[in-house]
Design a protein around this ligand. Structure first.
Ligand SMILES: NC(=O)c1ccc[n+]([C@@H]2O[C@H](COP(=O)([O-])OP(=O)(O)OC[C@H]3O[C@@H](n4cnc5c(N)ncnc54)[C@H](O)[C@@H]3O)[C@@H](O)[C@H]2O)c1
Length: 357
């Protein structure tokens, strides 16, 4: 019997759609991992999201960040409801948490696991293993802008991307540090569109070059985002760490999820590296209204996000156990859900992971 010494307080926000299906699955796996380690997880569930919006006119209460602040971390499911404009749901729940808690580094690993069919010809498990670091608090998602003459023939829409030296430099520095820590290639690829967006992206390129001087042991390359999309398909095995702005990181990680088998497998960590506020861990995917309620949502991305959470909390052995259990279920292949070509269900995959733990 393992002696329980430490308790982590984790806020769980299952949110919308399949978030309600994959979050409990991940919670059960993390509880099982904790039971085998020397720690406990004390969950508090927050019923925020689109139903909260229908009931109260807000996606979460006004003092939500105050309620979340004392927690060690946040596990998040998904947000988005076809009955509400996406910018209302996203800006009412997820983005204020990312910004308010200064979770400036969004870390999204892209791994082709053994047993997973890659849509690119000739690739096998282990051939793809990189991580995208996405700037998470400003850039194109800064939510600065407005409209004029709304609905009329002279309607104007303005959305301003915002890049600060502080925000740009710190995420690039984080990515360099990650490239140093990851075992191997020590290659950092910066992705911009500075040929067309000379002000913001030209600035990003300059900061990247300046910060690179502090990391002579890390090789660098800079790609335009269109070329990067091509290269992620043509030569995904070459990448190690990629750093990009909020929008480009968002788009690149749907692509990286697709080339590694399924968005149902792609985890995401929204990190406050200074640990001045809780970090948030979630799957890359959204609320998937097309499959909600069918019991076939793949919970593995949320479980892998949970493993990233354990790792960030310092529970590296438990994190490795969850990761290994997920890998074993994928390699076996019998329990996996339809997005991975299997006949499985959310519950079936969860049971299989629990059995491997
Ligand atoms: N972080 C988030 O919460 C987040 C991210 C992206 C989209 N959204 C929101 O989610 C809603 C739906 O957006 P979308 O359809 O563009 O993206 P989505 O990620 O929800 O779904 C895209 C496709 O992938 C499939 N899919 C996603 N997750 C899956 C899983 N775990 N298992 C199996 N299949 C899975 C879906 O069935 C769908 O066909 C929108 O309201 C959008 O704004 C939220």
């Amino acid at each position: 019997m393992v002696k329980t010494s430490k308790t982590y307080r984790i806020a769980a926000i299952a949110g919308d759609g399949i978030g309600q299906e994959v979050t409990p699955a991940a919670v059960s796996v993390l509880d099982a991992a904790a039971a085998r380690g020397a720690f406990r997880v004390d969950w508090q569930h927050f019923p925020w999201g689109s139903q909260h919006y229908f009931d109260h006119g807000r996606m979460m209460p006004e003092d939500a960040l105050d309620l979340l602040r004392p927690f060690d971390a946040i596990l998040f499911g998904a947000v988005g409801d076809p009955r509400i404009q996406d910018n209302v749901t996203l800006n009412g729940l997820l983005l204020p948490i990312r910004r308010g808690f200064d979770q400036y580094a969004c870390v999204r690993p892209a791994v082709l696991y053994a047993g997973v069919r890659c849509p690119l010809a000739g690739r096998q498990g282990g051939d793809i293993d990189f991580v995208v670091v996405r700037e998470n608090t400003e850039g194109e998602y800064a939510q600065i802008g407005g409209g004029l003459h709304t609905g009329g023939p002279y309607e104007v829409a303005i959305q301003t991307a915002t890049f600060t030296r502080h925000g740009t430099e710190r995420v690039i520095r984080f990515a360099f540090d990650l490239a140093r820590r990851r075992n191997g290639k020590r290659l950092l690829t910066s992705v911009t569109k500075s040929n067309a967006q000379g002000f913001s992206m030209g600035f990003w390129d300059r900061v990247f070059t300046q910060v690179a001087r502090d990391y002579p042991d890390v090789r660098t390359e800079s790609l335009l985002v269109d070329a990067a999309c091509m290269d992620l398909v043509r030569r995904p095995g070459d990448f190690d760490v990629i750093v990009a702005s909020n929008l480009f990181g968002d788009i690149l990680t749907d692509l990286s999820a697709a080339i590694t088998g399924s968005i149902g497998l792609a985890p995401s960590a929204n990190l406050n590296p200074a640990r001045t506020a809780p970090s948030l861990f979630e799957p890359v995917h959204g609320s998937a209204p097309d499959i909600v309620g069918k019991g076939i949502a793949n919970p593995l991305a949320t479980m892998l996000a949970g493993a990233m959470m354990l790792d960030f909390l310092g529970e590296t052995d438990a994190a490795a156990r969850v990761d290994a259990a997920v890998r074993a279920v994928l390699a076996d292949g019998r329990a996996v859900t339809p997005d991975l070509g299997g006949p499985g269900t959310t519950q079936g995959v969860t049971d299989a992971v629990l059995a491997r733990l």
